[in-house]
Design a protein around this ligand. Structure first.
Ligand SMILES: Cc1cc2nc3c(=O)[nH]c(=O)nc-3n(C[C@H](O)[C@H](O)[C@H](O)COP(=O)(O)OP(=O)(O)OC[C@H]3O[C@@H](n4cnc5c(N)ncnc54)[C@H](O)[C@@H]3O)c2cc1C
Ligand SMILES: *[C@@H]1O[C@H](CO)[C@@H](O)[C@H](O)[C@H]1NC(C)=O
Ligand SMILES: *[C@@H]1O[C@H](CO)[C@@H](O)[C@H](O)[C@H]1NC(C)=O
Ligand SMILES: *[C@@H]1O[C@H](CO)[C@@H](O)[C@H](O)[C@H]1NC(C)=O
Ligand SMILES: *[C@@H]1O[C@H](CO)[C@@H](O)[C@H](O)[C@H]1NC(C)=O
Ligand SMILES: *[C@@H]1O[C@H](CO)[C@@H](O)[C@H](O)[C@H]1NC(C)=O
Ligand SMILES: *[C@@H]1O[C@H](CO)[C@@H](O)[C@H](O)[C@H]1NC(C)=O
Ligand SMILES: *[C@@H]1O[C@H](CO)[C@@H](O)[C@H](O)[C@H]1NC(C)=O
Ligand SMILES: *[C@@H]1O[C@H](CO)[C@@H](O)[C@H](O)[C@H]1NC(C)=O
Length: 578
């Protein structure tokens, strides 16, 4: 009882501190003279580069290209600045639970039944995410064919602005030591590098708990070379076809918030390009809306076919996440992802802790709250709006003590299971239909089971003894009820305590979905769209596998990397032509 009272006091004090941080955040908004609402844009304009999507890849790319060329960056969402839901670590989930059309987050539910989210804001997913920052492994960089040195320089360019060392407190320390006891060794200390063992990774939250996003990378931009338009959803890419050996992208159509249509075209110049950076859902969707995609699908929507490309929208994957909530007798800090265990068997183990004070309520499971669509107490296909509403209500009525504790999660590497994406309407603001086929491949399921087994070892470790109730056994922990109905095993005919079934029934997303415009299938190794000219795709939709333990560092790196490569190729090409 004593500890509960203490926790309440701690919570109140903490909420006060966090409010103060929210206030600071809006003071820190940069002075971006190049950022405007699309409503103020002329009906027609001309640029050397047009980038569609001001997200995690689009911002560093635009900043880099603006150094020497005129660049238009079109983002369908608004500005992240001045919004403490975005800037505050403690507000994690506030945007994800805001389902209004102006929310920086747009919810979608895959055909698998798992509730998910995509960004709709300048800075993209880096404005919504859990902040963990970690590079891809050198072997990943080699396999993809990136230049290792330029990749490293690009990571450093990103890190100067957005990456920090997190403060490791009691819960994260216990997870770190528990991972080592469970055999996830060696301990590699604090590092951005991806290597086997346990490490403390970077974060885009600074020491004050303030988020730094990909939009902050626009401070590298040449303000005379860049125009950023907000609330500017692109409806289609325009192609020149007549008299050309292949379709040539030469312009885009976007609408402003008043519904007025604008067109932007490439200036005449053989090397000017349109670059799509609309994310793993947005990029394949926009290609299809522009006539590049599977012919039968385009025909069904009366879209004029520019290029029959059956592989657009194929190879969609989402890394399955499964988690266990561990109620703690000792108080824990508020933390998102900081420590990670990188196992040899292809499962990554991470943790989060503390109640989340978003919306002023200490009754919230944060990264695992039904408010943001995370619901593992019913199997994926039963996660209906009613089931979700019921879980939200239940959460609101629980005793505060039920939230004391933390989560240990595991995420499956790769994954090897893949799915597909189809458009449902011709409106780019509508979600396409997506299927990820979680655990379709047995290897993914095996990795999940090994991951959960390792989490059990962490819970049973000496390092964790202060943060678990001795009376709770592991099977009971995997099927909690009265105090905290969170790991409750879904009830159905096949319900069993097998870990295979636990993985399938409680699968959630860690939002690392990727694919749809994969290298070798839709784009070449230079990210040029196959079969057309003057068009590239540069973002997470091009990945065959999710890089590192978590992807955002590599998505930002890729934006910078390709910007530098495009500039230098052009510089060399221009010199040769002279
Ligand atoms: C809740 C959450 C937690 C996560 N946690 C982590 C984490 O801790 N660590 C980590 O590394 N990764 C994390 N991720 C994943 C990571 O943030 C994403 O992989 C990454 O942001 C994807 O970048 P992207 O550039 O491919 O797409 P995005 O960043 O989504 O960018 C796409 C942009 O294009 C815009 N757009 C789309 N269509 C159009 C159009 N037609 N016209 C104009 N604009 C358009 C969108 O509004 C968006 O801003 C998380 C993601 C989420 C959502
Ligand atoms: C922002 O920059 C403009 C142009 O350089 C300048 O006029 C303005 O005073 C600046 N505003 C702030 C708040 O620094
Ligand atoms: C950018 O432009 C300047 C001036 O024209 C030129 O000297 C420089 O080489 C260019 N750099 C790149 C990377 O294109
Ligand atoms: C912040 O999130 C809350 C909860 O989802 C929402 O009601 C509010 O409108 C959001 N505020 C902003 C500025 O987006
Ligand atoms: C890039 O940096 C990593 C460490 O982060 C290092 O292991 C690797 O060798 C470097 N690659 C090159 C080509 O310098
Ligand atoms: C820009 O447009 C959006 C959407 O119409 C609106 O909410 C916002 O207030 C506008 N901002 C400015 C600075 O005009
Ligand atoms: C496509 O066009 C046909 C003929 O004009 C029309 O009947 C059909 O409803 C249209 N389909 C869609 C999805 O717009
Ligand atoms: C239950 O098992 C049957 C037979 O193996 C399978 O077809 C079905 O999908 C399973 N249901 C769930 C919810 O796992
Ligand atoms: C989980 O707990 C509930 C409620 O105590 C019980 O009815 C159910 O049988 C348990 N499930 C398993 C698989 O142990």
């Amino acid at each position: 009882m004593g500890t509960i009272g203490w926790w309440k006091l701690f919570g109140a004090a903490f909420a006060g501190i966090l409010f103060f941080h929210g206030f600071c955040a809006s003071e820190n908004a940069p002075n971006y003279t190049f950022m405007h609402n699309a409503t103020s844009a002329p009906p027609i304009s001309y640029y050397d580069y047009i980038i569609v999507g001001g997200g995690t890849a689009g911002c560093p790319l635009a900043a880099t290209l603006s150094q020497n060329y005129s660049v238009l960056l079109l983002e369908r969402g608004g500005s992240p600045y001045g919004n403490s839901n975005i800037s505050n670590l403690a507000a994690f989930g506030a945007s994800l639970s805001d389902l209004s059309p102006t929310s920086p987050s747009q919810r979608f539910i895959s055909k698998d039944g798992v509730i998910n989210a995509r960004a709709r804001v300048l800075g993209g997913g880096s404005c919504l995410n859990a902040g963990f920052y970690t590079r891809a492994a050198p072997y990943y960089v080699r396999e993809v064919g990136w230049d290792g040195r330029l990749a490293n320089e690009s990571y450093e360019w990103v890190e100067k602005v957005v990456a920090f060392e997190p403060p490791i407190k009691q819960w994260q320390s216990a997870v770190r030591d528990g991972l080592v006891e469970a055999g996830v060794v060696p301990f590699n200390g604090f590092t951005y590098d991806h290597m086997y063992g346990t490490k403390v990774g970077g974060t885009i939250f600074d020491q004050d708990g303030l988020r730094h996003t990909a939009a902050d990378l626009l401070q590298y931009a040449n303000p005379n070379g860049l125009t950023v338009l907000l609330h500017a959803p692109v409806h289609k890419i325009l192609f020149r076809i007549k008299g050309k050996p292949r379709p040539v992208a030469h312009g885009v159509v976007f609408r402003d918030a008043s519904g007025v249509k604008h067109r932007a075209y490439l200036k005449r110049g053989p090397k000017n390009e349109i670059i799509i950076s609309s994310g793993a859902l947005g990029s394949p969707q926009l290609l299809m809306l522009s006539g590049v995609g599977p012919a039968d699908q385009l025909k069904a929507h009366n879209i004029t076919i520019v290029l029959d490309q059956p592989l657009v929208g194929q190879g969609m994957s989402d890394n399955p996440m499964n988690a266990i909530f561990i109620p703690s007798p000792a108080p824990v800090e508020l933390s998102l992802i900081q420590v990670v265990g990188i196992t040899q068997f292809g499962s990554y183990i991470e943790a989060a802790s503390g109640a989340n004070f978003a919306g002023g309520s200490p009754r919230d499971y944060g990264m695992f709250s039904p408010k943001i669509g995370q619901l593992s107490t019913v199997p994926p296909k039963e996660r209906t709006p009613e089931a979700l509403a019921k879980a939200v209500e239940l959460e609101a009525n629980l005793d505060e003590a039920a939230f004391k504790g933390g989560f240990i999660l595991e995420k499956v590497m790769g994954p090897v299971s893949t799915g597909h994406l189809e458009i449902l309407t011709r409106n780019p603001n509508d979600n396409p239909s997506v299927t990820f086929n979680y655990f379709k491949e047995p290897l993914d399921l095996q990795r999940c089971v090994q991951g959960i087994s390792t989490i059990e070892k962490i819970i049973e470790s000496k390092a964790f003894s202060k943060f678990r109730y001795d009376v709770i056994t592991i099977p009971a922990l995997l099927n909690m009820t009265a105090s905290s109905p969170i790991n409750l095993l879904p009830k159905h005919a096949n319900a069993s305590t097998s870990l295979e079934q636990y993985c399938k029934d409680t699968v959630m997303t860690i939002w690392h979905y990727h694919g749809g415009c994969q290298v070798g299938k839709v784009v070449d190794r230079d990210y040029k769209v196959l079969g057309v000219d003057a068009l590239r795709v540069i973002d997470g939709s091009t990945f065959n596998y999710s890089p590192g333990t978590n992807p955002q560092a590599t998505v930002m790196m890729l934006g910078r990397y390709m910007g530098v490569r495009i500039l230098s190729e052009r510089l060399n090409g221009d010199t040769q032509n002279n």
